[in-house]
Design a protein around this ligand. Structure first.
Ligand code: ADP
Ligand code: MG
Length: 239
């Protein structure tokens, strides 16, 4: 079953330039789909449109077979982790994790249950009363992920969530995110400009350049059969 479908999606912030040009793709339920491309290629714009944070200029966006072009973000049943996953500095880890649930009117009992479960899964159980400044970079990142996981949304969007971390932590978090996604059966749309991240994490990868799809396929296919020189040099295989 397709969870997300884009049909000829085009985006212009102003009349002259198309930031995204007739993007069509389908993402399956439970798939880890990576969106990769250089800075300015339109990755964040695409993700924000799926989240409902940006208007669609032209085309159709479907989630679970329903056209959602004009559906408000809160009604899309998805969670999003941003590059600058700002935590609220004056709130504890617990309050940060539960913040989004307040607006969703989840009962106190249910909140505590989800909190316990999520914190345990993410290794945060001992840190719930701390403030963000008392955490390491990796722990903070985990709180940001927990905030998204606790929503129990089946579709998760991540925009370069690891780009502020050092290389070693990044490598660990890749594995952690992948494990989490599998365990929860999430459909993931994961944006990165890092080829290694794309190749090691994605079930499928879409390479974007200048708002145009260059290729969509499995990592091995992109590596062995790049559609053009751009993909070949971006993925780093000879052609
Ligand atoms: P990426 O995430 O791949 O780096 P973006 O989606 O952020 O790319 O940006 C794609 C293009 O759209 C860039 O040329 C950027 O300058 C432009 N852009 C992004 N956001 C806006 C905006 N709010 N207003 C006008 N132009 C924008
Ligand atoms: Mg971006």
């Amino acid at each position: 079953m397709e969870q997300v479908e884009l049909i000829d999606i085009t985006k212009s912030y102003d009349k002259q330039k198309k930031v995204l040009n007739e993007i069509s793709l389908s993402i399956e339920k439970g798939e880890f789909f990576v969106l990769v491309g250089p800075s300015g290629s339109g990755k964040s714009t695409l993700l924000r449109m799926i989240a409902g944070l940006e208007d669609i200029t032209d085309g159709t966006l479907k989630i679970n077979d329903k056209v959602v072009n004009h559906l408000p973000p809160k009604e899309r049943n998805l969670s999003m982790v941003f590059q600058n996953y700002a935590l609220y500095p004056h709130l504890t880890v617990e309050q940060n994790i539960l913040f989004g649930l307040k607006a969703k009117k989840v009962s106190k009992v249910e909140q505590q249950e989800r909190l316990r479960e999520t914190a345990e899964m993410m290794g945060l159980s001992e840190l719930l009363s701390r403030k963000p400044r008392e955490l390491s970079g990796g722990q903070r990142q985990r709180v940001a992920l927990a905030r998204s996981v606790v929503s129990q949304a089946p579709l998760c969007l991540m925009d370069e969530p690891l780009s502020n971390l050092d290389a070693k932590l990044r490598a660990n978090m890749r594995v952690e995110i992948r494990r989490l996604q599998k365990r929860l059966g999430l459909t993931m749309i994961y944006v990165t400009h890092d080829q290694v991240e794309a190749m090691t994490m994605g079930d499928r990868i879409m390479v974007l350049n200048d708002g145009i799809i260059q290729q969509i396929g499995k990592p091995i296919t992109l590596y062995n059969e790049p559609a053009n020189l751009f993909v070949a040099s971006f993925i780093g295989s000879p052609k």
